[in-house]
Design a protein around this ligand. Structure first.
Ligand SMILES: *Cc1c(COP(=O)(O)O)cnc(C)c1O
Length: 428
């Protein structure tokens, strides 16, 4: 009944196993797709998509990751503590009081608001940095309307400021944008975003700036190759390096397997029933054929153990509000994991958990800290049995896509919802 294979000292039998071998396998597949000319920023934001950034970032660094992408300065500081030499891109800007940490921990911020430049320039001058000593990456809004400077307005303002301060401590090392629908292969929107990006980069070059890096595109962009030729041509024209920023695929999920859900698909039960993500009709567009999407391996498994068993009579109920009512004598198993651990309450009465290689239905409502399973179909189930909520057991597996489909969300949210109180444990 002890928690085998685990090194960290936790006692409650709820844990997430993180496979180093699988993460590095996925990273190596992405490196091959990027080779030889594309650089990668391995995205480890949101605690490495719930996998544990202080576990995953050093593994990726040791495997050759040159750039690591985080969301905030706080995340950047945490990753810097375990990765001394890698470049760390802070992708969601910065806030007051954070510029000093950017300098102290050698983070590379994405900037677009004029106040970002002010905060950084002031901190850099206080630290007596020479001109162009602090690299920043300028984001261009090409249609996501989330962050970034739109061409014309804010971009002109930023360029004017940089022109008026020729001895600015800031260096525009990179220019980036973000695609909002990289999974819609037949749609012209990514091409339009790339065209808008090219116009902005031309404007920046005309202002006398020569960014060394141009970056755009996520896992889907790299796996499908959609838009890469245009991005390559843009980078070549500006004597810059092209970089992509994959996240989800590092953790073993790809668009074909259900990694991307466009709004259109979310709204359409028919498309949803056909399986969301890239449709087979699109496979001719996939880089290297559909095989580019195969072979990625889920890195995280969420596990618990049966801590109590009981048999209830026909007619008895289980859980809050008695939503589960036994049709016959029913054997129930208790797991000490609940929605406070990130197991969505939407799985109540709908999800399954693997026990002894079989699927046990979740009986009734998931509680904050506990979940009841119907193990009537698994007579050998015993206290201490491992229960797999996410991952493999026997010949079966439950993926983040399976849970996302049941919860009407996306694998990104399933993975990042796993609570901080669940210990992340390296397994190989
Ligand atoms: C999260 C994020 C990515 C990675 O996206 P995936 O779809 O997980 O590969 C890339 N770029 C930016 C700006 C992001 O915020």
């Amino acid at each position: 009944m002890n928690n085998r294979n685990v090194s960290s000292p936790f006692t409650r039998p709820v844990w997430a196993e993180i496979s180093r071998a699988r993460l590095l396998h996925n990273f190596s597949m992405l490196q091959q797709l990027a080779s030889p000319d594309i650089r990668l920023a391995a995205v480890v934001k949101a605690n490495a998509y719930g996998h544990g950034a202080t576990l995953c970032a050093p593994w990726l660094a040791a495997a050759g990751a040159e750039w690591l992408g985080v969301t905030s300065v706080e995340e950047g500081v945490a990753v810097r503590a375990v990765c001394a030499t890698q470049r760390i891109l802070v992708m969601s800007g910065l806030w007051q009081g954070e510029a000093e940490a950017v300098l102290e921990h050698c983070l590379t911020p994405v900037v677009w608001e004029p106040f970002h430049l002010d905060l950084l320039a002031r901190a850099a001058r206080q630290a007596k940095l020479p001109p162009q000593a602090l690299p920043v990456h300028l984001e261009i809004d090409t249609g996501m309307s989330r962050q970034g400077a739109a061409h014309g307005g804010l971009l002109e303002e930023l360029l004017r400021r940089l022109r008026e301060e020729p001895d600015s401590p800031l260096l525009i090392e990179g220019v980036l944008t973000h695609f909002h629908s990289p999974d819609e292969l037949d749609s012209p929107v990514t091409a339009a975003q790339i065209a808008a990006f090219a116009t902005a980069v031309d404007t920046i070059a005309a202002a006398g700036l020569a960014p060394a890096l141009l970056h755009a595109g996520n896992s889907t962009s790299l796996l499908t190759g959609h838009g890469l030729d245009a991005l390559r041509a843009l980078a070549a024209r500006h004597h810059a390096q092209l970089m992509l920023r994959p996240g989800l695929a590092l953790y073993g999920y790809t668009p074909q397997a259900g990694g991307s859900v466009s709004e259109r698909e979310e709204q359409s039960p028919r498309l949803k029933a056909e399986g969301y993500g890239l449709q087979p009709a699109h496979s001719h567009s996939l880089r290297g054929g559909a095989s580019a999407l195969e072979g990625f391996q889920p890195v995280l498994s969420l596990k618990s153990r049966i801590v109590s068993l009981r048999t209830i009579a026909a007619g008895a109920t289980a859980g809050y509000n008695g939503t589960f009512r036994a049709a016959r004598s029913t054997r129930l198993a208790l797991l000490p994991i609940g929605y406070a651990d990130g197991l969505s309450r939407l799985l109540s009465g709908r999800g399954h958990v693997l026990v002894r290689g079989h699927r046990a239905p979740i009986a009734g409502r998931i509680s904050m800290d506990q979940t009841i399973l119907d193990v009537s179909g698994i007579p050998e189930a015993a206290i201490g049995d491992e229960a797999v909520l996410l991952g493999e057991q026997g010949n079966d597996r439950i993926t983040a896509e399976d849970l996302a489909a049941l919860c009407q969300t996306i694998p990104w949210e399933i993975l990042t919802s796993i609570a901080a109180r669940v210990p992340r444990v390296a397994v190989d």
